[in-house]
Ligand binder design. Structure first.
Ligand code: PAF
Length: 279
């Protein structure tokens, strides 16, 4: 496995990779969710590349950039074990050199859900992912359904800017009790960790109600909100029942929907989602 930090070394190493090339973009502190993306890429592509970069521009001023967990040696060992061929671990000044002033923004699907709570987040994501696509020129890029809105936004960007890359969405990987894997789970103390599956419980209760015939978006939202609010350590930021493509909130009877939520457990902000109906 080749590990490079400069853009020149990345381009050189990328040029030597046989195609198709699969890319797994990450911010490091890898867990089984990331590993599942790399395994899928390994199964589908002749070469697998990954990036490890804690992207400062997708964090808001009061968010956790400084404390975001990092463990590069462990991350590299995990990627090597899966058979990844090339890893880029650039320092911030390689991605954002002095004088940097160009941004990629997606206008509409960024307005709702996470974008409404984190107004500068998706501009940072799309800008860095566009730079990763330019640097790696992947044939396929792998993202987790855990970040449902990110997937919608990146697909839109790739379509609008003619990136010749297939966006592959992989299922959310969960702990035994349903908690979606996330690097931020490392922030939870034991009591908070015990409370954190409440997000999955709320989503599952709404999915069960839907399976039993409930189709009213507002009732599904209220059901999820009630379960979150009954957990003393949880503070609900939003619960949503939205159109899976436009991400606009739904009202009245639904067929397909993206159920999603952001919930604080202590100071840790967790997100999770489930899709109702056929994908
Ligand atoms: O999903 C993530 O880890 C990040 O948002 C990504 C796609 C690597 C961009 O920094």
């Amino acid at each position: 496995m080749k590990v490079v930090t400069t853009l020149e070394d990345l381009r050189h190493a990328r040029a030597a990779l046989p195609g198709p090339v699969g890319l797994v973009p990450t911010m490091g502190y890898l867990h089984e969710g990331h590993v599942s993306l790399a395994r899928r890429a390994r199964a589908e592509c002749a070469s697998v590349a990954a990036s490890i970069f804690v992207n400062p521009t997708q964090f808001g001023p009061s968010e956790d950039l400084a404390s975001y967990p990092r463990d590069l040696p462990r991350d590299l060992a995990l990627l090597e074990a899966v058979g990844v061929d090339l890893v880029w671990t650039p320092p911030p000044e390689v991605v954002y050199p002095a004088g940097f002033q160009t941004w990629v923004t997606v206008n509409e699907v960024t307005q709702h859900l996470e974008g409404a709570q984190r107004p500068t987040h998706f501009r940072g994501v799309t800008t860095v992912v566009a730079k990763l696509f330019n640097a790696f020129r992947p044939d396929r890029a792998y993202f987790g359904q855990k970040d449902a809105q990110q997937v919608v936004v990146i697909k839109q960007m790739a379509r609008d800017l003619n990136f010749a890359v297939a966006i592959v969405v992989c299922p959310t990987v969960r702990e035994h009790d349903g908690l979606a894997m996330s690097s931020r789970n490392a922030y939870l103390d034991p009591a908070q960790r015990a409370a954190a599956p409440v997000l999955f419980h709320a989503l599952s209760a709404a999915a069960t109600a839907y399976a039993a015939g409930e189709r009213d978006a507002e009732i599904l939202r209220e059901l999820m909100a009630g379960i979150i609010d009954a957990e003393a350590l949880a503070r609900r930021q939003y619960v949503s029942c939205a159109d899976p493509e436009t991400l606009q909130e739904l009202y009245g009877p639904i067929q397909r929907a993206l159920l999603s939520m952001a919930v604080y457990i202590g100071k840790t902000r967790l997100i999770d989602n489930l899709v109702l109906g056929d994908m």
